[in-house]
Design a protein around this ligand. Structure first.
Ligand SMILES: Cc1cc2nc3c(=O)[nH]c(=O)nc-3n(C[C@H](O)[C@H](O)[C@H](O)COP(=O)(O)O)c2cc1C
Length: 162
């Protein structure tokens, strides 16, 4: 049986929520063993040898990944299946929602494809862009996180490896 690690970096919680949804789908529908790790809380280095599938998620804010998620991308993923997603609620996901594919591709390249190409030693089998939320003074300014996006991508992952 495959063992899966979901390792994420979040600032405001959306990437954590997507990670939990993906883990649930892989466990419930595909019978995977899944560990979910918030990289900010992980102080010791992770033993990746026990995992065959690695899913990395990062929050995008101020045009950047979280420090911990970006650092984790430098791990040795040789021989593993890698999947990568970002939560980009302000720019990339709204472009996708509006069907502005030129803008979507441009920012996906900048926030996701280029970061992965520069930092990971293994090409991801699949990548995804999710929404998230922005709160200001306790008020929700943007909320475009959708559970179904995480569910659909998790099902795609589950099917591709079972
Ligand atoms: C200060 C700040 C800066 C942000 N910068 C960006 C950005 O550069 N690009 C983007 O697509 N979204 C941006 N966002 C929206 C985030 O993608 C959104 O808050 C998302 O939920 C972040 O993931 P997280 O909740 O896991 O931290 C920003 C949000 C805040 C509050």
């Amino acid at each position: 049986m495959s063992k899966t690690l979901i390792a994420y970096g979040t600032r405001f919680g959306a990437t954590a929520k997507s990670s939990e949804v993906i883990a649930e789908v892989l466990k419930e529908k595909f019978n995977h063993e899944v560990d979910v790790i918030n990289l900010k809380e992980q102080k010791e280095s992770l033993d990746l040898s026990v995992y065959d599938i690695i899913i990395v998620g990062s929050s995008i804010a101020k045009f950047s990944w979280t420090k911990q998620a970006k650092k984790f991308l430098n791990s040795d993923f040789t021989g593993k299946k890698l999947f990568v997603f970002i939560s980009s609620a302000g720019i990339t996901y709204p472009a996708l929602e509006k069907g502005n594919m030129e803008k979507y591709e441009k920012w996906k390249r900048r926030f996701l494809d280029r970061v992965v190409k520069k930092n990971a030693n293994v090409k991801p089998s699949s990548t995804a862009v999710f929404g998230g939320w922005i709160k200001r003074n306790g008020q929700m300014k943007i909320s475009n996180w959708k559970e179904e996006d995480a569910v659909n991508w998790a099902e795609e992952i589950g099917k591709s490896i079972s």
